[in-house]
Ligand binder design. Structure first.
Ligand code: ZN
Length: 503
């Protein structure tokens, strides 16, 4: 129970997935743990199959997910139990009949997720993680080009030789300037590195790779002339491989090669940075139109919350946060219409309301989150569902249904935890900014946020029925304080990457 409840399932908006250089936003990456690298990243099965041009088939009887391309198939066992699915195990993935250690495919709300690294590897591709740019860059086998082997060096009779093997027929170009000779291989991939060489003629051999290209840079101890002085190029063919070699010595005379124009022609093309997606906040000013909300002689809820919402909008937009208002005038939306603004494309949802109480003394600010913790009965059923042996096979329809429900519940609980963090941040900053009574963060089920799939909170910014606070709420200066507190809390949550509450 504790282990399950601690799991985080989140689309971390700061992370990206690119397939052959194209961002695949629909595919993920998705993290079931609050981490960001390629080892823990999952992708939505259908979307990554599209992006990688793979056929996809789910077999409900065997609970297996099959990706296929040409004669290659990768069959994942699937589970609705996130905790179990995350554990890397033999047999979770079978590639062309061969068992491979992998996490299982995980089913959440009827959607299948698969671990990116083993899937990509099964089809001969690579999926490195670029931590600086927060992007997993999948390159499929057809895009990779050939593997450039390691360069070999040697000296004979004062002549230094650098040799490298390439597939026969593979293209290359040569260029030289000053004390460097560059061999460029357009269709190659290679591991970047620098090798120092002890010798009279060459000092270093660098491998520099980029997007489906690699270059070998040979640094010499004397000046080269591209007209053919100081080096000699040759090839030796054997079977499917050609060995390309370049000999170096100041006295050698060879064929002319290109003169380098750039001082550093071998610099690989920088990995294109993914466009950072703007963060999107939905601000819901409560009530409106024919529904005034609560009111007193001092203030009317629908007016106060709209004023604060518009001030909050301006503050967030100054920080380059995109804002969507459920209303920006005195209009009325049904609760279902307000909920429609909560879609996965938004980062968070803030509903602003004002409070009332039968006793005039009640005052202060409170923030609500919505949802309920996991039902332990569902956990037990899910464990049965995933059990091995006879019990696992004797599944009833009811147990299967429960297993689907638990996945949905874990997702909801996770969203609840995110919302709790957002609520804590906003409540703390509101109290700091206004000095109002701190009524704390509370949990309940309200319609407007019940279906939320993004961190969602409802803030009661004060009591219109309190003589002092009711007057304050109508004052633009106090509304500024409220807007600043809300903005500070929201920005803290957004900048923190929306980490889970420690509860
Ligand atoms: Zn209200």
């Amino acid at each position: 129970m504790a282990a399950l409840a601690g799991l985080a399932f989140a689309q971390e908006k700061v992370n990206y997935l690119a397939v052959n250089g194209v961002l695949a936003d629909d595919a993920g990456p998705y993290y079931f743990l609050a981490q960001g690298d390629n080892q823990d990243a999952f992708a939505k099965a259908s979307a990554i199959a599209d992006a990688m041009n793979l056929d996809l088939h789910y077999d409900d009887t065997t609970k297996t997910l099959t990706f296929a391309s040409g004669s290659t198939s990768a069959v994942f066992r699937a589970t609705g139990d996130i905790a179990r699915g995350l554990v890397k195990q033999d047999g979770a993935l079978v590639v062309d009949g061969r068992s491979v250690a992998s996490p299982l495919a995980i089913l959440v709300d009827g959607t299948a997720y698969v671990a990116i690294t083993p899937l990509v590897a099964a089809f001969g591709g690579i999926s490195p993680w670029n931590g600086d740019k927060h992007v997993i860059t999948i390159e499929t086998a057809d895009q990779l080009g050939y593997d450039l082997g390691a360069a070999r060096t040697g000296i004979t009779d004062g002549v230094s030789r650098v040799a490298i093997d390439i597939p026969t027929g593979a293209g290359y170009t040569l260029a030289a300037t000053g004390r460097a000779l560059v061999i460029h291989f357009p269709e190659a991939r290679a591991k970047d590195g620098t090798t120092s060489v002890d010798g009279p003629n060459i000092s270093e051999v660098d491998v520099v790779s980029g997007d489906r290209q690699a270059s070998l840079v040979v640094r010499t101890t004397y000046a080269l002339d591209p007209e053919g002085k100081g080096f000699q190029v040759g090839t030796v063919d054997k079977n499917d491989t050609t060995t390309l070699y370049v000999d170096f010595a100041p006295t050698l005379k060879g064929e002319p090669i290109a003169k380098l124009v750039s001082s550093d022609p071998a610099a690989p093309q920088a990995l294109a940075a993914p466009q950072p997606q703007p963060q999107v906040v939905v601000i819901d000013a409560g009530h409106g139109g024919m529904d005034p909300g609560t009111s007193s002689t001092w203030s009317v809820e629908k007016t106060v919350v709209l004023d604060v919402a518009l001030k909050l909008k301006r503050l967030l937009e100054q920080q380059n946060v995109k804002v969507i208002m459920t209303r920006d005038n005195d209009s009325f939306l049904t609760l279902a219409q307000r909920s429609a603004f909560e879609t996965p494309e938004r980062n968070l949802f803030v509903s602003i309301h004002a409070n009332s109480a039968p006793v005039a003394s009640a005052s202060g600010i409170e923030t609500w989150v919505f949802g309920k913790p996991l039902d332990p009965n569902y956990i037990n059923l899910a464990i049965q569902e995933n059990g091995s042996g006879g019990q696992g096979q004797a599944l009833t329809e009811k147990a299967r249904q429960a297993a689907d429900d638990i996945a949905a519940q874990i997702l909801r609980e996770t969203q609840l935890n995110f919302s709790m963090t957002l609520a804590d941040d906003v409540q703390r900053h509101l109290i700091q900014s206004t000095g109002a009574v701190d009524r704390g963060v509370r949990k309940n089920l309200f319609y407007v946020l019940r279906t939320a799939r993004i961190p969602s909170i409802l803030v009661e910014i004060g009591f219109v029925t309190n003589p002092a606070e009711g007057r304050d709420l109508a004052q633009t200066g106090y509304q500024d304080k409220l807007a600043h507190g809300l903005a500070a809390g929201i920005l803290q949550f957004l900048h923190g990457g929306g980490m889970l509450a420690q509860r």
